[in-house]
Ligand binder design. Sequence first.
Ligand code: 5AD
Ligand code: SF4
Length: 435
Amino acid sequence: MAETKKLFIKTYGCQMNVYDSERMAEALGADGYTETKDMSDADMILLNTCHIREKAAEKVYSELGRLRPLKEVNPDLKIGVAGCVAQAEGEEIMRRQPLVDLVVGPQTYHRLPDLMAKVNAGQPALDTDFPEEDKFEHLPKRVLPNRGPTAFLTVQEGCDKFCAFCVVPYTRGAEVSRPAERIMKEAKNLVTRGVREITLLGQNVNAYHGHAGGLAGLIDDLAAIDGLERIRFTTSHPNDMDDALIEAHGTQPKLMPYLHLPVQSGSDRILKAMNRKHTADRYIKLIARIREARPDLLLSGDFIVGFPGETDQDFEDTMALVRDVHYGQAYSFKYSPRPGTPAAEKENVPDDVATDRLHRLQALLTQQQRETQDSMVGRIVDVLFEKKGRIDGQLIGKSGYLHAVHAEAPDSDIGQIRKVKITNAVTNSLAGELV
Ligand code: 5AD
Ligand code: SF4
């Protein structure tokens, strides 16, 4: 038996990183590491990083600076950088921060035990390959105990779309789908360990092709698993919403009425410059079709303002699209030039102009979110309770529409789906009573 060492993982960025962190913890578990929530208690600290915008990447270096005193107190402390900054910057990280012992990219973390052997022998360990082998097949089985009733499951990784602003095709690599039978195995294993809701993850999840029936075919197979009550998926590209997947929103009761479908801009000129390969009108018509299949669907999106060349009129086109579509919630970002992407070569919109546009867009999106939340008051919804709330006797769960819902309920309702009447709404959550 290997001696027990403590591992602290800090996760930045998207849900796929949350999934990867769990799997890295499992890979290191085989090496004798157990997780701790206390950084100062750790023998190893792993930062699982995000490179999507400049601010996200810079956070890593400031966090590494803060770790220096810990390493001074405990020279045996190992520090690792994983994820998309590791992939994009590789050796540069060790040059900028010599206290880093290990750099591992998102496609090679199944090699962590070998990399740790190098670290333990006092050698620097770096692996940012895009390997031939399937990392999922080389990882230990999902073992983390006491998990909650919801889980992420990566079904697809990487992206071949090459939007002009995006680093993902460079950090996560080409589009790869996992075979359906392996996903089924992993899902069944999660369900036997208490999972009731699975969110299928992929940078381009609806491009999934590991099943003859595409993502809709996979969802149908998953829906046949007894005990799995809810299925979600994220993130999708409008061009990959095929007929079967649209239809599934109307016919598959386990597929939840929530869809994150980023459009980025409402201006055809900017969509073209972004290499999105669709127009605003095509997106709006697509939304209409999906809503026909599932009228109560809650729609979410992503927007970038201040993309190089964006004029006032382009921005007004984005505002018009948002008014037309009406989102239940959405994310909006100021464009951030990323090294190596085509858009990074272009001249930027002045920062004050981009900031002003971001504020205007966010105000509109917040107003729409608030309207959506308010419209829930008085309705009875199914809530999957996930954990205890901050107030004694209260649990927190999610509606099918992914609203956070608070209600008084016994602890035994954690992991159960209960009917809740919504009595109050604020921008980010709902409160209700069991019925
Ligand atoms: N600048 C700003 N936002 C970006 N996103 C991706 N790349 C950039 C960038 N360079 C946003 C997009 C994407 C979300 C995950 O992050 O809106 O959908
Ligand atoms: Fe960050 Fe994007 Fe990589 Fe996710 S895929 S970790 S959001 S850069």
